[in-house]
Write a protein that binds this ligand. Structure first.
Ligand code: NZQ
Ligand code: ZN
Length: 382
């Protein structure tokens, strides 16, 4: 196991009815900007409960943060925040609203061109404090310090210890309204987050491995239940907590991490507009096939402990484990081939140029996944 420092300051308020506890978490006298997306927060009751809980505060609302949040929209919110002397942000929504709010938090006090935060990894020395009311379990953004922002054909990530949410409220009943596509997307995204941190090479990190396996197994068990019965509280609660734990830093401690699937996936979203999880469902099975030798030991462990594939030749077990992964995504209704989304081989050169343009040419746990590997992966994903 490698050395590590674990730090995560986000306070989690989990369970039914917890939005009512919101006011206690916000500093007294704060001027609050409530951010949300296209209206789902209103329809599912989260926003009305937030409004009720914020009665004692000065608050204004900024709606319209889009899925794959857009830089220009967030800059408008930052301007309003400055003008209205906002000193606390509250994100009500999924990963896009949370990520967008993280960017607003960093952009408000930022001197200079805020795009530098993404393109040049400019250091963030200050950020507004913010909280979260989560409505879509998927990204883990509610308990981590990363965000992904889009501008034209660039979809770029940034991170800073200053953009952890102060608190996040996770009420599983607020996820009952998710359409099947978003429920499935969330399960796939959380699944791939675990895989990116688990399926690399062994470093004798027993707790991280077994913890990761428990998260994967929970998603495999509970994902189909939530799709079948959207108001199954236990399934929703388990998925919600799993997605948070999948990307709050814990399972990444002391182990190598990959993230190549995500980086290739971001380019597919940037050029073709697919949902984040759809890109992961396409890239991961192809990625594992192309890199099966490099990941051999962990693939065998994954086959055994997650899919129960213990008999037969090792290569067969690896084949089957990759097949099971693909079948799982497909069973949730998330298609796993570029061609399923009308994308053909003619799209590959532009995706590779994007990776080069964004300096994504030394990816993976060994820093050895280059453009040629990305080509092979995308060809396998057709
Ligand atoms: O806009 P509204 O009306 O809120 O509707 C949203 C949106 O259309 C809807 N939705 C959310 N909660 C709902 C709901 N509909 C019904 N009932 C509810 N309870 O779902 C749609 C998708 O929302 P979005 O926030 O875009 O989805 P998700 O949470 O999957 O976030 C995706 C974004 O997060 C980034 C992705 O790249 C993408 O931009 N990621 C962020 C990460 C992080 N910060 O750590 C890591 C991830 O790997 C990922 O890259
Ligand atoms: Zn993701």
């Amino acid at each position: 196991m490698k050395n590590f420092t674990f730090y995560n300051p986000t306070r989690i308020l989990f369970g039914k009815g917890r939005i009512a506890d919101l006011a206690r978490e916000i500093p007294a006298g704060a001027r609050v900007l409530v951010t949300y997306g296209g209206g789902s927060a209103l329809a599912n009751g989260a926003l009305p409960e937030v409004r009720e809980a914020l009665r004692g505060f000065v608050s204004i609302e900024f709606p319209g943060i889009e899925p794959n949040p857009v830089y220009e929209t967030l800059q408008r919110a930052a301007e309003i925040a400055r003008r209205e002397k906002i000193d606390f942000l509250l994100a009500v929504g999924g990963g896009s609203v949370i990520d967008g709010t993280k960017f607003i938090a960093a952009a408000v006090p930022f001197a200079g061109d805020a795009w530098d935060i993404l393109e040049k990894h400019a250091k963030i020395t200050a950020a507004l404090p913010f909280g979260v009311v989560l409505t879509l379990p998927a990204t883990g953004s509610e308990m981590n310090n990363g965000a992904v922002i889009s501008r034209a054909t660039s979809k770029l990530a940034f991170g800073s210890p200053r953009i952890y949410p102060l608190f996040s409220i996770l009420d599983p009943t607020k996820t009952y309204s998710l359409p099947p596509k978003q429920t499935a997307n969330g399960v796939v995204d959380a699944f791939v987050h675990v895989i990116e941190q688990y399926l690399t090479f062994p470093v004798q990190a027993k707790v991280q491995d077994r913890f990761s396996e428990s998260l994967l197994l929970t998603l495999i068990e509970e994902g189909p239940k939530a799709l079948k019965d959207p108001q199954n509280y236990d399934a929703r609660a388990n998925i919600m907590w799993t997605a948070t734990m999948a990307l709050n830093g814990l399972v990444a401690m002391g182990v190598p991490t990959d993230w190549a699937t995500h980086m290739v996936g971001h380019e597919i979203t940037a050029l073709h507009g697919l949902d984040h999880a759809q890109t992961l469902a396409i890239v991961l099975p192809a990625m594992l096939t192309v890199r099966r030798e490099e990941k051999r030991e962990k693939l065998l462990q994954y086959a055994d402990r997650v899919w129960g594939l213990r008999d037969g030749a090792p290569d067969e077990a690896i084949d089957r484990a990759i097949e099971c992964t693909r079948d799982f995504f497909e069973s949730l209704g998330v298609k796993t081939r570029l061609s399923d989304y009308g994308i053909g081989s003619e799209a590959i050169p532009a995706l590779l140029s994007q990776l080069e343009r964004h300096k994504m040419t030394a990816l993976g746990e060994h820093g050895a996944f280059g453009v040629e590997d990305a080509r092979k992966t995308l060809e396998k994903a057709l």
